[in-house]
Write a protein that binds this ligand. Structure first.
Ligand code: NAP
Length: 721
């Protein structure tokens, strides 16, 4: 806590914390922080991992904006905080007053788990909520909860302010008439209750938050705009993309004269400082120094690539093996991140649409400004090209706050009206229809050509670029295993009904780099020599093979959800090999080995055996060698497949009795990996059924038992969006 002026009531001190995986919580929390400043609060804004920078005992109010990832996990930038929170004992936070805004998605289990867990833990530690928590749902639109929650936060905070004991005759808080009414009611109630005079309170006048004028907002960099990028240091000339004009029906706009619930336009904090030097070209294959990764960045080469699916498969799946010069310590079940750049044609298209010349795009700049988003803070010297390649997300559909910002900067009245409508409560259907077409930032500029947004505003308000994560499909115990890891993924590339072509960011980039190999044998020669930026993401939830090798393992993973299990199986095959070498095995070697290693069951699902039975050869070999005790194959789009079912959960039902025996009698651990939306829930329900049918549990008791197993890390899930 800062400041020692006795005349200022303590209740004006407010800290806004966030834990964010994709940047949503960060930008919403920044919005709250900026509004708090404008309303005269002495506000601070920190990522949760920086919790120690704030003396919680001395803060009047704490606001947490936290999102949930994976299977109810907290974001990476709050793991240190959670460790700290776990260590705290007793009721050490009795002075803390807090509220929580959770962001989540009801399509996934454990909706807003981080917010709920945080709420429970804070109350256990003695803290008091001063305003009900809000849980916003991305499935229906975060704004539906976020906007009213923030609106009503101010009267609630003002209530805290008026409750402070030393606040007579101080300036009125900066409240709207509606909010003032709420505060007045609170005061009247308190007066009646306590028969004590309480006067509405403090904050100083709003601060000016306009950016300093000494630095450029980007316009100075736009001199000499040309659309020819041929001078740029690119491997091969790339034609800038033009973007699609998104066709949207605005006919309902005429029915609405008054637009309400328009989001607030984010403050302008960022300045682009022109360093007045042409940046030295980066070494080929290197990445800009501003990229921040949770574990050290490694530059990997591609050793091997294989396309696992023929042309008639619904999805193109490729397997890639990465190689390293030094040993990398990892365990099967771990994943890795890869920092892919935005598509180069898209980057050039955006720069061109923003009238940034190739000279300007290649010059070094520094990004600077109080309270700028955390992903921009390390940009000390980088080209605009690299900032648009690696730092900002150009493909995630816009949030309403962005649409509102674009409306502010549209010079054409029709564009402005349409954008305003989309940002309003009344235009929500049009907004959703627009987002459903996955417009890139370039498409937005193309659809509303009169948007003339300063470059600094563009960079500051686009979401942060995210690394992409894949499970490791190999084992460090295999030959040269510490110097290589493998993965497998679907290449995201599809056409929308309107004829618009969409590509993912990372997978088509990797596929292109790996040479777009055809279906068939693995390719090891003639591959690119370019190094790729990757980093290890150790599995935080203990989704690793049990250290006790005799413990049976049940693995459930349709599609590419099988990826970590291929690592488990390779690992187990190596463990068996070592055991075989160490022990002098005479007759019955298989039986001898089986005495040391528990059963391994795999439930895998594909559409057609000939088209997308990923890793078929390996699975069949593991089955033959006894590594895999049981292979259950679900085939969803082929008729009359012997011993099969449509989905993995159908096969679990057929195998219910055996599964129950494995779980109950042999203490098997259950692993589920893959799609968090449909599959994970269906598999969970099937496990409940198995407990009811074969374990004679009541349904509620079965659910509780599964929860217990999850806590004991006997039932583990690695779920992906
Ligand atoms: P997919 O091809 O979409 O589906 C594989 C099979 O699952 C198909 O036969 C499909 O059947 C079936 N399926 C569809 N809905 C289901 C449901 N409700 N319950 C059970 N089965 C269902 O799989 P994918 O695209 O590879 O997706 C796997 C998931 O794993 C993704 O979320 C991915 O992000 C995740 N993941 C990937 C990795 C990696 O490293 N790449 C690692 C871990 C997890 P129909 O389509 O015929 O209905």
């Amino acid at each position: 806590m800062t400041g020692s002026d006795n005349a200022v009531p303590h209740a004006e001190h407010l800290t806004v914390f966030y834990a964010s995986q994709t940047g949503n919580s960060e930008s919403i929390s920044r919005n709250i922080y900026e509004q708090a400043q404008e309303r005269g609060f002495k506000a601070q804004h920190y990522v949760l991992n920086d919790h120690a920078k704030v003396d919680w005992d001395k803060e009047d109010c704490l606001v947490f904006v936290v999102s949930t990832t994976g299977d109810g996990d907290p974001p990476d930038n709050s793991t240190k905080f959670w460790r700290h929170l776990r260590k705290l004992k007793g009721v050490g936070l009795t002075k803390a007053k807090y509220t929580i805004l959770g962001l989540g998605d009801t399509n996934y289990d454990n909706f807003c788990q981080t917010a709920k867990r945080l709420d429970t833990r804070l109350q256990e530690l003695g803290a008091t909520p001063f305003y009900p928590r809000g849980l916003a749902d991305d499935a229906t639109g975060l704004e539906e909860i976020v906007d009213p929650w923030i609106k009503n936060l101010w009267p609630a905070l003002a209530h805290q302010v008026v409750s402070a004991p030393t606040i007579h005759d101080l300036p009125q808080p900066h409240l709207t008439p509606e909010e003032k009414k709420v505060v007045k009611e609170i005061i009247q109630k308190q007066e009646q209750e306590r028969r004590k005079s309480i006067v509405a309170s403090p904050p100083a006048s709003p601060k000016s938050l306009s950016p300093a004028t000494s630095a450029t907002n980007g316009h100075d960099l736009l001199k000499g705009a040309i659309k020819d990028f041929s001078n740029l240091t690119l491997a091969s000339p790339v034609i800038p993309a033009e973007g699609y004009k998104i066709d949207i029906d605005f006919s309902t706009m005429a029915d609405h004269v008054n637009l309400t619930a328009l989001p607030r336009v984010p403050n302008a904090n960022l300045q682009i400082v022109d360093l007045d030097i042409t940046a030295a070209p980066r070494a080929p294959g290197s990445v800009p120094s501003f990229i921040q990764t949770p574990t050290p960045l490694l530059m990997a080469k591609i050793n091997k690539v294989q396309c696992l699916t023929p042309l008639d498969a619904l999805k193109r799946t490729i397997a890639v093996e990465f190689g390293f010069e030094d040993d990398v310590d990892y365990a099967p079940g771990d994943a890795f991140g890869i920092w892919a750049p935005n598509n180069e044609a898209l980057v050039l298209g955006v720069l061109s649409a923003l009238n940034v010349s190739d000279t300007a795009a290649s010059k070094a700049v520094r990004l600077h400004g109080q309270g700028i988003p955390s992903h921009l803070q390390p940009v000390e010297s980088a080209t605009l090209l690299d900032i648009f390649r690696y730092s900002v997300d150009l493909t995630t559909p816009p949030k309403k706050a962005n649409i509102r910002l674009y409306a502010e900067h549209a010079s054409d009245l029709a564009d402005k009206q349409k954008l305003m409508f989309m940002a309003s409560k009344q235009g929500v259907d049009v907004f959703n229809a627009f987002r459903a077409q996955s417009p890139t930032f370039l498409d937005i500029l193309h659809t509303f050509p009169s948007i003339n947004l300063p470059l600094a505003r563009v960079i500051e308000t686009l979401p942060p670029m995210q690394p992409r994560y894949y499970s490791i499909t190999s084992s460090p115990m295999s030959k040269n295993g510490h110097r290589r890891w493998s993965c497998a993924f679907n290449v995201i590339s599809y056409d929308l009904p309107a004829g618009v072509h969409r590509r993912g960011v990372c997978t088509p980039w990797l596929d292109d780099l790996a040479g777009q190999v055809p279906f068939g044998k693995a390719v090891t020669t003639g591959l690119t020599t370019q190094r790729l930026p990757v980093f290890l993401k150790p599995n935080e939830t203990k989704f690793n093979l049990p250290s006790d090798t005799i413990k049976p393992v049940i693995m459930i993973g349709p599609g590419t959800g099988v990826a970590p299990f291929m690592g488990f199986l390779e690992h187990r095959a190596e463990q068996r090999l070592i055991k075989k070498r160490l022990v002098n095995i005479g007759s019955g070697p298989r039986q001898h080995l089986d005495d040391h290693f528990g059963d391994m069951w795999l439930f895998f699902g594909c559409r057609h055996r000939e088209r997308d039975w990923l890793f078929r050869e390996q699975m069949e070999a593991y089955r033959r060698d006894g590594v895999l005790t049981e292979l259950q194959l679900a085939v969803s789009r082929e008729e009359n497949v012997p011993n099969s079912g449509k989905y993995v959960q159908d096969l679990m039902r057929t195998q219910g009795k055996q599964l129950w025996n494995l779980i109950h009698k042999k203490g098997a651990a259950i692993y589920v990996c893959g799609d968090a939306k449909g599959m994970a829930k269906a598999v969970h329900d099937e496990l409940v059924n198995i407990l009811v049918e074969h374990g004679e549990y009541e349904k509620m008791a079965a659910i509780m038992e599964l929860n217990k197993w999850a806590q004991e890390k006997r039932y583990l899930r690695d779920l992906w969006a």
